[in-house]
Design a protein around this ligand. Structure first.
Ligand SMILES: Nc1ncnc2c1ncn2[C@@H]1O[C@H](COP(=O)(O)OP(=O)(O)OP(=O)(O)O)[C@@H](O)[C@H]1O
Length: 256
């Protein structure tokens, strides 16, 4: 894993605006994420959380401002929202998990013995020892989420992005997956997770970004999730206003 300096920012946002066809979904974001941060991204539906992850993955380019990587852009691992995944095909669990090696080995490398051992170990760590030969489409929702985490283990990335990792997952599975997340943080990885359960965020995530198109707070969780900030977030009708106004970049530059 790439060595990162925990005292230096891993990611810097400078007046970052992200969106689609000039309509901002994340507006004028400034701030830093330090290496080793465990950051929750929260906010109303349509508030721009997934868009921010897409920006970090360079799936979309900023409409304005920029994202900088003072320590270089590290390898990223990404857990998409379950609702966006179509895993209803008869691929073996072990083969699917071994895809976690792709970023390092290339898509067409054969699965080597050492990989097989790593796959078994990853399945063991997520509580699915012996599931390797099962077919993906035979798994329950919670088991599938564990498999996705096993694949992340193999990716061994310094920066991990999780989009609603506990959606439709029961309490026991959530607890197990949270332990893995904390373990990853102890190993020095940086984690950014989109979440909806504020109780969970308060209990397990030291830092938080509250996003309702505009940034309503970023920093220590207890100072971001105040009743005043949450009241503001509730007032933002991002869903009722799917076409946010075209961003005025001249004005944005002047403010920068
Ligand atoms: N590909 C796209 N083209 C146009 N608009 C989009 C696209 N993807 C997202 N949007 C819009 O951008 C805004 C932010 O969406 P985003 O998915 O980032 O929100 P979110 O905070 O992740 O929401 P949720 O909690 O519902 O998952 C929404 O108004 C959405 O309709």
């Amino acid at each position: 894993m790439m060595k990162v300096n925990p005292a230096k920012p891993l990611i810097e946002f400078n007046n970052l605006t992200l969106g689609y066809e000039m309509h901002p979904a994340v507006h004028h974001l400034d701030g830093q994420i330090l290496a080793g941060d465990l950051l929750a991204v929260v906010g109303p539906n349509g508030g721009g959380k997934s868009t921010l992850l897409k920006g970090l993955m360079e799936e979309i380019r900023p409409l304005g401002g920029k994202i900088t990587w003072p320590q270089g852009r590290p390898q990223l691992a990404y857990l998409p929202q379950r609702a966006r995944l179509d895993l209803d095909f008869p691929l073996r669990v072990a083969d699917f998990v071994s895809l976690g090696h792709w970023p390092r080995r290339g898509a067409f490398s054969t699965i080597r013995a050492v990989d097989k051992q790593a796959v078994d170990q990853a399945l063991n760590e997520v509580g699915l020892a012996g599931f390797g030969k099962r077919s993906l489409d035979s798994l329950s929702g919670g088991q599938l989420q564990r498999v996705l985490f096993a694949r992340l283990l193999l990716e061994d990335a310094p920066l991990i992005l999780l989009d609603e990792p506990f959606a439709a997952v029961d309490a026991a599975t959530t607890e197990d997956l949270l332990k893995l997340i904390k373990h990853w943080q102890k190993e020095g990885r940086t984690l950014i997770a989109v979440l909806h359960d504020l109780h969970q965020v308060r209990n397990h995530f030291p830092k938080c970004l509250l996003l309702a198109r505009d940034v309503l707070g970023m920093g220590k969780t207890e100072s971001v999730l105040t009743s005043a900030n949450l009241a503001k977030a509730r007032k933002v009708q991002v869903l009722a206003d799917p076409l946010a106004p075209i961003c005025d970049f001249d004005e944005a530059e002047e403010q920068a």
